[in-house]
Design a protein around this ligand. Structure first.
Ligand code: SF4
Length: 255
């Protein structure tokens, strides 16, 4: 596991103009070039942070072609599907890497369950967000402290809330400037599937059962062909598309 962290990032003192100029250069790069740049310029301070959905696995495959051991980080909520845990093992074997796992703080988790029960997310939106904060968002923040370049599998076609997701941006997290890259933001599902097939990338078998977005067990379910890919998240909630985010990608105000 990579060492934990300088409280600053190398981008903190960059001027707006320098940031803009780098973003312009990166925006012009294709996904492989972007991944190569991230690893060669930032080494272990650049990490693919993934929940092992197909876009993340495509990025791991691309990155492994650029660097023998790309750094791969995941948030283990301790409530993932058994198929996802198998998938992580398969990816580790295939690419010869050890996936770094960040999990919920045991004390906070114990208190949450003692007070609200294991299935609090059924009660209301606030408790679902509380559960997501303890199991996903906080571990993700801890993981983010160990990177200067956050590489994500966000795609614009995944939901209405993600339609404007930038491919490259600087965000502010915990007082540090982090470069957030979504190398496949402008790829669609067909492009992802074609890459998976052409390169025999191992994918989560839940996709074959109708899942189009895979998170925690119970909270993610299969979708129908006419539904938004993230519609299977928190099925019992009747809110609009913005209820389909756990918070990991929401509070990093782009700068
Ligand atoms: S997706 Fe469900 S189980 Fe997972 S952290 Fe969020 S509310 Fe909790």
């Amino acid at each position: 596991m990579s060492e934990s962290v300088p409280a600053t990032s190398p981008f903190d003192n960059w001027s707006d103009e320098t940031c803009r100029s780098l973003l312009g250069r990166l925006e012009a790069m294709g996904p492989e070039e972007l991944l190569r740049w991230a690893v060669s310029e930032h080494g272990d301070r650049a990490a693919i942070m993934t929940s092992f959905q197909n876009t993340g696995c495509v990025m791991i495959d691309m990155a492994a072609r650029q660097s023998p051991k790309p750094r791969v980080v995941t948030v283990d909520t301790l409530r993932l599907h058994p198929e996802t845990y198998d998938q992580i093992k398969q990816i580790e074997e295939r690419y010869g890497i050890v996936v770094e796992r960040f999990g919920p703080d045991p004390d906070k988790l114990r208190k949450m369950i003692a007070r609200h029960g294991e299935y609090l997310f059924f009660d209301n939106k606030a408790k679902q967000e509380y559960c997501c904060r303890i199991r996903k968002v906080e571990p993700n923040e801890r993981a983010l402290e160990t990177v200067d370049v956050w590489i994500t599998g966000l795609r614009r076609d995944q939901s209405a809330a993600r339609r404007e997701a930038p491919r490259v941006e600087f965000i502010e997290r915990l007082g540090r400037k982090v470069l957030k890259l979504a190398p496949l933001a402008d790829w669609n599902l067909e492009m992802i599937e074609a890459y998976v097939q052409a390169n025999e990338v191992p994918i989560n078998p839940l996709y074959l059962q109708g899942y189009t977005s895979i998170g925690c067990i119970i909270c993610s379910t299969p979708t129908m062909p006419w539904e938004d890919p993230r519609a299977g998240r928190w099925r019992w909630q009747k809110d609009e598309a913005d209820s389909k985010e756990c918070g990991i990608h929401l509070d990093g105000s782009g700068i």
